[in-house]
Design a protein around this ligand. Structure first.
Ligand SMILES: Cc1ncc(C[n+]2csc(CCOP(=O)(O)OP(=O)(O)O)c2C)c(N)n1
Ligand code: SF4
Ligand SMILES: [Mg+2]
Length: 352
């Protein structure tokens, strides 16, 4: 319950990151979600990723929409900036914040209802604009918060808890993200923290719009036989195309990668690299058309393709596209903001 405060005392031997923080320093309030909800596992993976990357919590801004998923930023990174927007409007508020202060690390958290119904337009445009952010879609196929109606990501033919069949076609958010121009697109499962945590770390390091669709079962309304978003279904149909490991430059690489078709990918932040272990030797994440085809073929067979599905080798963000000023607005002094009457006169003359 949110009114129950967590004890402030830490065990003195808890492991610390390079900043001297424990994982507890990256936690938030006590979750109010149902016990077993996939969204809580995603919060745990986010805590782990930010802790492992030694990111100072005050450098992060987390924004969300409305839904059980969008409530979760209250349960992690309690010392970061947060903004709970209107339903489906997280992308535009985040875009504005990012343009005003490019120095923060932006995390957008949303649900399938929030992103694929009311916020579908916003989702599409934030991807095509390349806003530098990590967009986490906690995908359970239902509107959990409003008691389990089918969402737009529910598969055609899948069954609701009380037996109704979904007759509408599903929106595949990873295909849409690739099509819209996202430069980092992944899918994962809330029950697989070994896959999800490095994907989140790589997405944070990516210098552009990074999208992760995380299958995150709703135990209250969509975890029964006949659902394609249940724990059992996702476990049985999960086809991982690759496994990632992420190293910030300062860490020695100790894992042996002599086997398994490993490729190295520069990850944006200075010197950091991603190591990608191919599980499917034919899968090439830099091939956009190939990625779209593989995602569509898997969906046809009822498989859930997971891993890093698409990574553009030449990603750029919105600030580069718009050639914006390199400093955050809150760092500008009066001299930068006020060009003086001579300059104003020149601008006005140019408009006459
Ligand atoms: C403008 C507006 N329309 C409708 C609602 C009602 N509403 C609240 S949450 C929600 C759907 C949430 O579904 P999803 O984003 O999938 O989140 P989940 O609860 O499944 O994690 C809806 C329709 C609202 N809050 N605001
Ligand atoms: S209703 Fe579903 S999505 Fe919401 S907290 Fe419960 S299990 Fe999670
Ligand atoms: Mg949902």
């Amino acid at each position: 319950m949110t009114y129950v405060t967590k004890p402030r005392l830490h065990h003195p031997t808890l492991p610390k990151n390079k900043l001297g923080y424990t994982r507890r320093d990256y936690e938030g309030k006590v979750s109010t979600l149902c016990a077993g909800c996939g969204h809580d596992s995603i919060s745990a993976a986010l805590i782990q990723a930010f802790w492992e990357l030694d990111i100072q919590p005050h450098r992060v801004a987390k924004l969300s929409g409305i839904g059980c998923s969008s409530k979760t930023p209250d349960y992690f990174l309690g010392n970061s900036h947060g903004f709970n927007t209107v339903h489906g409007r997280m992308p535009s508020v985040l875009t504005g914040a990012n343009l005003a202060n490019r120095d923060l690390i932006y995390l957008g958290v949303s649900g399938d209802g929030d992103s694929a119904s009311i916020g579908l337009g916003q989702f599409a445009h934030v991807m095509r604009r390349g806003v530098n952010m990590t967009y986490i879609l906690e995908n359970n196929g239902v509107y959990g918060l409003t008691k389990g109606q089918f969402s737009a990501t529910a598969d055609k033919g899948s069954k609701a808890k009380k037996g109704a069949t979904n007759t509408d076609s599903a929106i595949d958010t990873v295909s849409l993200a690739v099509l819209m121009g996202a430069t980092f697109v992944a899918r994962s499962f809330s029950g697989d923290k070994h896959q999800l945590t490095p994907l989140i770390k790589a997405a944070i390091a990516h210098p552009g719009a990074a999208f992760i669709d995380v299958l995150s079962p709703c135990v209250a309304f969509n975890n029964h036989a006949g659902s394609t978003k249940s724990y059992d279904y996702v476990r049985e149909h999960n086809e991982a195309v690759n496994r990632l490991d992420f190293w910030p430059n300062r860490e020695a690489i100790t894992v042996d990668y002599s086997e398994g078709g490993v490729i190295e990918v520069p990850a944006g932040v200075e010197g950091a690299i991603l190591k990608l272990r191919k599980l499917d030797s034919s899968y090439e994440p830099a091939d956009k058309v190939g990625a779209m085809t593989a995602i569509a073929r898997a969906a046809e067979k009822g498989e859930v393709l997971t891993g890093l599905l698409y990574l553009s080798p030449d990603a750029e963000d919105l600030h580069a596209h718009l050639n914006t000023y390199e400093a955050a607005f809150n760092k500008l002094g009066e001299k930068d903001l006020c060009p003086g009457s001579g300059m104003l006169e020149k601008i006005n003359a140019g408009l006459r």
